[in-house]
Ligand binder design. Structure first.
Ligand SMILES: *Cc1c(COP(=O)(O)O)cnc(C)c1O
Length: 434
């Protein structure tokens, strides 16, 4: 099936007991065993079925199958948030004394996790000088457990050459983990270009309405864990935390997600609620249509800002002079994503006046909502970083990040136009209104 169809039907067949066409919300903690032997078989992972919703749940399972199918992966695990997904995706590969190699352009909280939290647990994160494959390759050694990138960096807007990064990883026996939140599987399927693991914040475009947090980890099922027993003992040696189970023997190609679920989700519990899974499924049904409109509206906004003398610069990968333009052609068929950054002429103060004058655009930290959104990264998402760290992440003091919604384009541009006018006045528009 094509992605538009998977988004609506993937992972669900009409419920056999009730004939419900909508995915039922199985709001239950536990599931009854037929007998002691049945319970034992479930716990031995010999019988298929459910035990306890910290491990799996039928509503969440539909979401997992749907997201896996959208990404062209083998299996998925859905968890409470995108951050939980990132944390589990890395912890399932890296342990104390090992390292991961990452591109420098990252979502702010992911940067904090990598730069400050994981190192405290004995996992070092080596940040490359750039997102270029040779900069990544230089940092890989025999303790490296993953290469990490965002397919489209948030908010830097850089586009990673997934195919080249996957080739670097494969040369060293290291999987490539890609956060595909900004691109969405509608625009790009990293697994088709060699990525091994794909991570999502479902909170953003996939849910699409700013109502529900969620995260997903998708496994391609193609990384050869068995070929690297010393680098990845967790998949190849008996697991003491699960009565000696060897994941690659028991689960074959599905070892990665099985371990993520039965080790990390089971013991640390960042579970998504069945109601959230239902709401995200509802959002996903329309993701292909929405992304199409997001992308088209964004192109119109980028062109408007580009020719406006009140705007100092626009960072939008769809322009032919953008350094990532060739990769937009290669991975997105020439259509840039709907996230962009720009700077108002007049620097930080004018930028603030612009931001305060927005009426339709919501001032917040989120992206991928049907609504148009504006964020000032330096004071919010990237606030914990030093000025040097911000610069490396692609954040300037005056940078404004726009997530272009699916409202009528004329209303979107009218709001930007009036806010740009307000930015040119010396007094804050809030004061001027008094
Ligand atoms: C929002 C976001 C996250 C975190 O997702 P949550 O669901 O908010 O935890 C991770 N990566 C990227 C690229 C994001 O935009």
């Amino acid at each position: 099936m094509r992605r538009e169809t998977i988004a609506i039907h993937g992972g669900y067949q009409t419920d056999p007991t009730t004939k419900s066409v909508a995915v039922p919300i199985y709001q239950t903690v536990a599931y009854e065993f037929d007998s002691a032997d049945h319970g034992a078989a479930l716990f031995n992972l010999e019988a298929a079925g459910y035990r306890y919703s910290r491990i799996s749940n039928p509503t969440t399972e539909v979401l997992e199958r749907r997201v896996a199918a959208l990404e062209g992966g083998l299996e998925a695990l859905c968890v409470a948030t995108g951050q939980a997904a990132l944390n589990y995706a890395v912890l399932n590969l890296a342990e104390m004394g090992s390292n991961i190699v990452s591109v420098p352009q990252l979502y702010g909280t992911t940067y904090t996790l990598f730069a400050h939290i994981l190192p405290g647990q004995g996992i070092s994160v080596r940040f490359a000088e750039s997102d270029q494959p040779d900069a990544i390759e230089k940092l890989i050694d025999d303790k490296t457990r993953a290469v990490f990138c965002e397919s489209v960096g948030n908010p830097a807007g850089n586009i990673c050459d997934i195919e080249a990064l996957a080739a670097v990883g494969a040369r060293h026996g290291v999987p490539l983990v890609v956060d595909n939140t900004v691109a969405t599987p509608v625009m790009l399927r990293p697994i088709e270009y060699g990525a091994d693991i794909v991570v999502h914040s479902l909170t953003k475009f996939l849910g699409g309405h700013g109502t529900t947090l969620g995260g997903a980890i998708v496994d391609s099922g193609r990384f050869p864990w068995k070929a690297h027993p010393h680098r990845f003992p967790m998949f190849n040696a008996p697991d003491a935390s699960y009565h000696g189970l060897i994941y690659t023997e028991h689960f074959g190609a599905a070892a990665y997600i099985a371990r993520c679920r039965s080790v990390y989700q089971r013991t640390t519990g960042a579970v998504i609620s069945p109601l959230s899974a239902f709401l995200l499924l509802q959002g996903i049904e329309t993701v292909a249509l929405r992304v199409e409109r997001h992308v088209e509206n964004a192109r119109r906004v980028a062109e408007f800002l580009h020719k406006d003398p009140r705007v100092a610069w626009v960072n939008y990968a769809g322009f032919t002079d953008n350094p990532y333009h060739a990769l937009v052609q290669k991975y997105f068929g020439g259509r840039a994503c709907s996230l962009m950054t720009f700077g108002v002429r007049g620097g930080f103060e004018a930028g603030k006046r612009f931001y305060d004058a927005l009426k339709l655009f919501k001032r917040l930290v989120n992206l991928g909502d049907a609504k148009s959104l504006a964020c000032h990264p330096a004071s919010t998402t990237h606030r914990q970083m030093s000025a040097a760290e911000q610069e490396k992440a692609g954040v300037k003091p005056e940078t404004i990040r726009l997530s272009i919604g699916i409202e009528h384009i004329d209303d979107i541009i009218a709001d930007l136009d009036q806010a740009l006018a307000a930015a040119q006045t010396q007094r804050s528009p809030l004061l001027a209104a008094e």
